[in-house]
Design a protein around this ligand. Structure first.
Ligand code: IPM
Ligand code: MN
Length: 355
């Protein structure tokens, strides 16, 4: 199969983890006889420096022309402490999500048997956790009207959702629930917010189309609590943009390291795969970044964009092997033990795929 992939490495540790995901994907292509054409493109602070725009038109065109986008991370500390910066790397991410129509962010949280003791939560609480958040990604307070009034002394951001926006996200949730355990949780704040009441009303109206799916409706504050108490009681969760942003960071630590969880952002035409961790500027260039979340994002890409299930499974298998063998970066090592470098982890994965 010919696979055309746009490669957006971005900032910080992005290029380092992307490099390993590319090596792993190339090894998969070799083993399974595929031909991958990678097209690199600029994004984030790197793109601001080069052309003054964190998501340049040229990058957008490359993404449109590709079958899938593999993305590293964006963000740079020199923008974080400067609230007056006119152009910010994160704007590139939001612009990209919107222009590519990536309305559904798929963020799984699962545990690895060999890492159960790495989680900050008790082993018996997290065993068997395997849940997926579907976070709405192109609406809500992230894209609503915002501004300042009263000579800058009052600020507002608005959360707006249309029934259609909720429907298309919820439809993905119901469909995913149908191929998993037929359990769907709609996360909202319908006791306070009108937009949440529209979410609830819309999802309730869809229930009859999926009679086999059991739907629960839970308030976001309660979910935040139950997620760390009984994560394994959840399966598919759907929610709006900001709630999803917060809850998926919370969920990501369940597995033991932020460096492990992959994600996909999908729309009707395009799809983008990225690790859920950020650009980790302090680690840039040190060779300590954990490449596994990006490698697992590539696995999701093979599975979801190309239907190449065995290829994805092969990546997951060698990742499990590296964890079981302890060929891991320092975030997964015990008591100051030296970790393998980012490249060494990649070397191991590639050699296992090709052996
Ligand atoms: C994420 C990030 C982004 C978000 C930021 C960088 C704009 O936190 O992908 O979760 O808030 O969506
Ligand atoms: Mn986030």
């Amino acid at each position: 199969m010919d696979l055309k992939i746009a490669l957006l490495a971005g900032d910080g540790i992005g290029p380092e983890v992307i490099e390993q995901a590319v090596r792993v994907s190339d090894a998969i292509a070799k083993k399974f006889n595929h031909n991958i054409q990678w097209t690199p493109a600029l994004t984030g602070a790197a793109a601001i420096d080069a052309v003054g725009d964190p998501y340049p038109d040229e990058t957008h065109q490359i993404c449109l022309d590709a079958d899938a986008v593999l993305f590293g991370a964006i963000g740079h500390p020199r923008f974080d402490n400067d609230p007056s910066a006119k152009v910010r790397p994160e704007q590139g991410l939001l612009k990209m999500r919107q222009k590519l129509g990536l309305f559904a962010n798929v963020r799984p949280t699962f545990t690895f048997p060999s890492l159960l003791d790495k989680s900050p939560l008790k082993q018996e609480r997290i065993e068997g956790t395997d849940l997926v958040f579907l976070r709405e990604l192109t609406g809500g307070i992230y894209f609503g009207e915002r501004g300042r009034l009263d000579n800058g002394n009052t600020a507002f951001d608005t959360c707006t959702y249309t029934r259609d926006e909720i429907k298309r996200l919820a439809k993905k949730g119901f469909e995913l629930a149908m191929i998993r355990s037929k359990k769907l949780c709609c996360v909202d704040k319908a006791n306070v917010l009108e937009s949440s009441r529209l979410w609830r009303e819309t999802v309730q109206a869809m229930e009859k189309e999926y009679p086999e799916v059991t739907v629960s409706y839970e308030f976001v504050d309660a979910v935040a609590m139950r997620l760390v108490q009984w994560p394994n009681s959840y399966d598919v969760l759907i929610t709006e943009n900001l709630f999803g942003d917060i809850l998926t960071d919370e969920a990501s630590v369940i597995s033991g390291s932020m460096g492990l969880m992959p994600s996909a952002s999908v729309g009707t035409e395009n799809a983008l795969y990225e690790p859920i961790h950020g650009s980790f500027p302090q680690a840039t260039g040190l060779g300590i970044a954990n490449p596994l979340a990006t490698v697992l994002s590539a696995a999701m890409m093979f599975e979801m964009s190309f239907g190449l299930i065995e290829e994805g499974a092969t990546i997951r298998k060698v990742v499990d092997q590296s964890l079981a063998e302890g060929i891991v970066t320092e975030d997964l090592k015990e008591n100051g033990e030296k970790g393998n470098s980012t490249t060494e982890v990649g070397d191991y994965l590639v050699s296992k795929i090709l052996s």
